[in-house]
Write a protein that binds this ligand. Structure first.
Ligand code: HEC
Length: 297
């Protein structure tokens, strides 16, 4: 079964090059969003950057590594004002330092990575290393503070959503069928069309096929976590069989969702199915909204 590759720093870098960074001058270079590079070119480029910079990639255990740090975001705000705001701006908007309030980046970057960037200095830049200046707890708190801004820097905090019960998967149950038009390669739906149809309150099911901890960090509102490795018979038992559209996404950008949709069509007998072409990284990088979830309760 094709799995999402482990979450690694080069993928964050690659996606920033592919889709650009919302709210910064970096535009998307991927051909899918009108840029000059194919996905393979971007992989080659990231590989070259890594070799040149000699950066040892951090790898994260996809099962455990995305858990939020249990830390004090309010104290983190204090530390931020005292040590970071002078360069990164009161609202994380940037100044001498880069803008830190990028919601897309925050939404999908594990705490571990956010923390790492604070501990290590950036050689040849004014960014100091805080390893000896701040305590480990203060760095955890800062990370929690930044995390709390992942759905908008000026937001007070983030609201957690729980997955709906199995029999309430359907988004907009009273709505009309979505008008997806022709699917690319008979399967793919663009982020722009999905966003348009969600805003038009059309009836559909959204399956988040990544590991549940990723759903927890950020997902498209209404999506239910059905990881690609879940027991499929069980997962689909409660899906509606009345031609309601089922859209799956992952962040590979498509491999895991592809395998789930292939299964739904061939084994499950579900005809109205589609895969989000850009994946969730593309979705957030293009500026479409996500919410955070809580699957622990
Ligand atoms: C003296 C100015 C200065 C201070 C103070 C400072 N930074 Fe930075 N920071 C920078 C600069 C400049 C960069 C960009 C470095 C580069 O070009 O890679 C940066 C980069 C970063 C990055 C990486 C951003 C990215 O998108 O790659 C993070 C995260 C960060 N700083 C967090 C912090 C935090 C948290 C604090 C407070 C504890 C802090 N910084 C304090 C100047 C500063």
């Amino acid at each position: 079964m094709p799995a999402c590759p482990p979450f690694r720093f080069p993928r964050i870098l690659g996606e920033a090059i592919a889709y650009g960074r919302q709210g910064t001058p970096i535009g998307g270079y991927l051909d899918e969003v009108g840029g000059p590079l194919a996905r393979q070119d971007i992989r080659d480029l990231v590989h070259w950057l890594r070799e040149t910079a000699g950066v040892e990639p951090l790898a994260i255990d996809p099962e455990k590594g995305h858990d939020r740090l249990a830390a004090d975001a309010a104290d983190g705000a204090r530390v931020y004002r005292a040590h970071c705001a002078s360069c990164h701006g009161d609202q994380g908007e940037g100044g001498t330092g880069t803008a830190l309030g990028n919601a897309a980046m925050l939404a999908l970057t594990p705490d571990h990575f956010l923390r790492h960037a604070i501990v290590e200095a950036r050689q040849g830049t004014p960014m100091p290393a805080f390893a000896g200046i701040l305590s480990a707890t203060e760095i955890d708190n800062l990370t929690a503070f930044r995390r709390s801004r992942s759905t908008g820097w000026s937001a007070e905090g983030r609201t957690l959503r729980r997955p709906p019960p199995l029999d309430r998967y359907v988004i907009n149950p009273e709505g009309e069928a979505p008008r997806f038009g022709e699917l690319k390669d008979g399967r793919y739906l663009s982020a722009a069309v999905l966003d348009r149809e969600l805003r038009a309150r059309r009836r559909m099911v959204l399956l988040d096929t990544r590991v549940t901890s990723m759903w927890q960090m950020a997902h498209i509102e209404g999506a239910v976590p059905v990881p690609y490795y879940a027991n499929r018979e069980q997962a689909v038992a409660s899906l509606p069989r009345d031609s309601t559209w089922i859209v799956a996404y992952c962040e590979c950008p498509r491999a895991a969702a592809d395998s789930v949709v292939k299964w739904l069509r061939e084994e499950g007998g579900f005809g109205h199915t589609a895969v989000l072409y850009e994946g969730i990284r593309g979705w957030v990088s293009l500026g479409y909204p996500v919410v955070a979830g809580d699957a622990s309760k």
